[in-house]
Ligand binder design. Sequence first.
Ligand code: RB5
Length: 172
Amino acid sequence: MKIALGCDHIVTDTKMKISEHLKDLGHEVIDVGTYDFHRTHYPIFGRLIAENVVSGKADLGIALCGTGVGISASADKVPGTRVVLVGDVLTARYAKKELNANIIAFGGRILGQNLIHNIVDVFLETEYEPTEANKQLIEKIDNSIEVSPEIAENDHIFDEENAKWARGEYHD
Ligand code: RB5
């Protein structure tokens, strides 16, 4: 797979180890930076990762900053991304299987290197399951990009989901 990989200056060393890990597994890495420890800004790299994924240059993206918060929020602003900030293997599997997440993010100062590699492995290995329910949920998420002031005042936008819930159609 082609993986877009990026970070801010706080966790460049962690990113380089992820890059080596990905290459050892046979993946192609598009390293969008940063490449050293000079002060920089995570929105640049969040956006670069996202643009590579959305344009199809990369199949998936991996993003990290100190906490993972800044770079994941930045990447998620680019239409077409589904970014998940993850701290465990189970969440990574769910994110790919159910929501077809295309960018995974970490706090490089929060998680250990081995756990990050485990999470990356699960994220890459897990296949998206395009069930009707998953497709509809993803469509709802993607549709949230249309900003509409009426939505905040509309008490009926989730009527369909609430009715399904009442009929017992949702199962965890
Ligand atoms: C440093 O800019 C730090 O704020 C950043 O790496 C990250 O932790 C933000 O979420």
